[in-house]
Design a binder for this molecule. Structure first.
Ligand SMILES: [Fe+2]
Length: 242
């Protein structure tokens, strides 16, 4: 199966609006077919990476090793590739959507966690490791959104590992969480570009407070994803109502 065929078949599957377990089961089979032969990915890299459109087309992302291969026009799913140097592991993180992941070249390590706390204490998270697997090329793992899909993936010991991930529509916009299991910590992770904006707005809010103002004008927050705006404005809104 090649990229176009996968995307068409996945789109058709989505349009049938199956329940999530059925979608993931059928999607897993499509992913397995896509991972069976990397010839299509060779063509993709040959035709795309060397050209001027490559970097210009790539969206900002949380992970530097991520390449977007496809996004459906109705935004119901995206297909991403991850390129791993030998031994690289990403941060332990959650997801804003369901996903299906699997290696295309060389095995992929997948370490899953369960969250034990209720998430009510800011910055605190207690995780328990539930599995530590090696997926072989062609094998597909399933991830679920938010606290049900906390994991860490990465290369084993090959010089370069390639994995693919297909992800559904996000139920949370603008950020994911990075976890530090030994330190029992959690923090928000956005794209680097968005992180700069959030930091700059936080700096502005802090300085405005020093100068006696109590909240940022909402016009300054308009370009942020809604989920970030809500949290960002909360302390200021509380302060302004007292
Ligand atoms: Fe992930």
């Amino acid at each position: 199966m090649n990229l176009e065929e996968f995307c068409e078949r996945f789109q058709t599957l989505q349009e049938q609006r199956p329940k999530t377990p059925i979608l993931l089961d059928a999607g897993k089979q499509l992913m397995q077919e896509l991972l069976r032969d990397p010839a299509w990915f060779v063509e993709f890299l040959r035709n795309y990476v060397a050209g001027p459109a490559f970097l210009a087309d790539q969206p900002a992302s949380v992970f530097d090793n991520e390449i977007r291969l496809y996004r459906s026009s109705d935004k119901s799913f995206i297909l991403l590739a991850y390129l791993w140097d030998g031994g690289d592991l990403c941060a332990v993180h959650d997801h804003s959507a369901w996903g299906l992941i699997g290696p295309l070249l060389h095995p992929l390590r997948e370490v899953k966690y369960r969250r034990l706390d209720d998430g009510q204490v800011d910055g605190y998270a207690r995780l328990e490791q539930t599995s530590d697997l090696i997926l072989q090329p062609g094998e597909v793992g399933i991830i679920l959104p938010l606290d049900k899909g906390i994991y860490q993936t990465g290369a084993v010991d090959e010089p370069l590992t390639i994995s693919l991930g297909v992800y559904g529509r996000s139920i949370r916009q603008g950020y994911i969480h990075f976890f530090d299991p030994p330190g029992k910590k959690v923090r928000r992770a956005t794209t680097r570009l968005l992180f700069k904006k959030v930091l700059a707005l936080r700096a502005l809010a802090s300085l405005e407070e020093v100068l006696g103002k109590r909240f940022l004008p909402s016009s300054l927050l308009e370009s942020l994803p809604g989920d970030l705006v809500r949290d960002f404005r909360l302390p200021s809104t509380e302060t302004s109502s007292t």
